[in-house]
Write a protein that binds this ligand. Sequence first.
Ligand code: NAD
Ligand code: MG
Length: 407
Amino acid sequence: MRTLTLLGATGSIGDSTLDVVARHPERFSVGALAAHRNHGKLLALCRRFRPPLAALADVDAARILSHALAAESIPTRVVGGPEGLVEAATLPGVDTVLAAIVGAVGLPATLAAAHAGKRILLANKEALVIGGALFMDAIAASGATLVPIDSEHNAVFQCLPPTYARKPEASGVRRILLTASGGPFHPRPDVDFATVTPAQACAHPNWSMGRKISVDSATMMNKGLEVIEARWLFGLAPLQIDVVVHRQSIVHSLVEYVDGSVLAQLSNPDMRTPIAQALGAPERVDCGVTPLDLAQIATLTFERPDTERFPCIRLAYEALAADAAAPIALNAANEVAVDAFLNDGARFSDIPRVCEEVLARRTRGAIASLDDAIAVDDDARAIARDVLNIGSPPRTPDPRSSMRATR
Ligand code: NAD
Ligand code: MG
């Protein structure tokens, strides 16, 4: 029996994960469910999965949940605030932590799970993009394990030998190819990025996902973040990571070996496949995904990404080649710009512009601690707001607000 903490239980990955978990009650049990502030949805999940612990980052929402559970005599204990997320991530008796909070705000809890030696199934790519060496060192020091849930990285993971230890040469790996759907706009050169609406940007052709990652897919920053994610997961040099646009989202990524062999993982675009692989490994579990019908799909296409129209991919490679602070700044700038696009009327075309300017103006330097990372993140967010000409969010007494507060 594997006992799971699910960080980001109310989101899209949360839904897919609990769907897989519910199919195998003899294999998986839920130790803790954590989310931001959707107490109504978390209450419904507590009724269904009966976790010992529930955590909401928003303390008011946590209080409401606590009262509602007590009224129904459901014995789930509720914790609130950022500390509650950390408690859920490090809960004794939990062996597996599925990290599916969106954004940098997920880093402290995911890092705590790494320090606690948990088996971490990682969807929250931003945590690894900004955690970088800090995160991987914590994994190595505690003996934690890290299994990627992001479909591309899970595909690479499946195509690497089981003994792979972040040393490509030792396993004869020449490079990996991350596939990208291209989002809604790569095949549409006619689209004017200055007038794209949030609804258009979130209308992904193949995947149903949260709004932030949907916008990232439309700018292709998602692929940029995934290049950085792959660098840390697999110990690759940036030149060993290529991106290829594959519009059907059937081939989820590929590994090329020195003998010319290229291994790929294929499946229908449904996140339950990588989640089930990671949850069940080394065994395989059924997860309700429609079997692949290659004859019906008939055609798989591959093309180079257009990095002129989608400069976010280039920016990610540039950040990776710079100092350790650069990916943190890039991620923070992107989070602010995407949020402004979704909620404050910023233009879609502002997103790469803000990212480029923040990379040019940001703080540089080494990252020796979580506090260093948070300081760079805070600084980059301030520059991004300045570029966008928007005010700061309300200050909370916690100086780590940008990574922890209610956005
Ligand atoms: P989503 O917006 O649907 O859900 C986000 C989850 O994070 C929610 O449960 C929300 O409550 C929680 N959250 C947000 N802010 C929080 C805070 N301050 N404190 C605590 N919890 C907070 O997003 P999603 O699509 O499920 O994506 C989650 C992560 O998985 C992202 O990092 C994304 O890049 C990654 N991912 C998603 C997919 C996908 O298909 N959805 C695929 C690959 C990777
Ligand atoms: Mg992905």
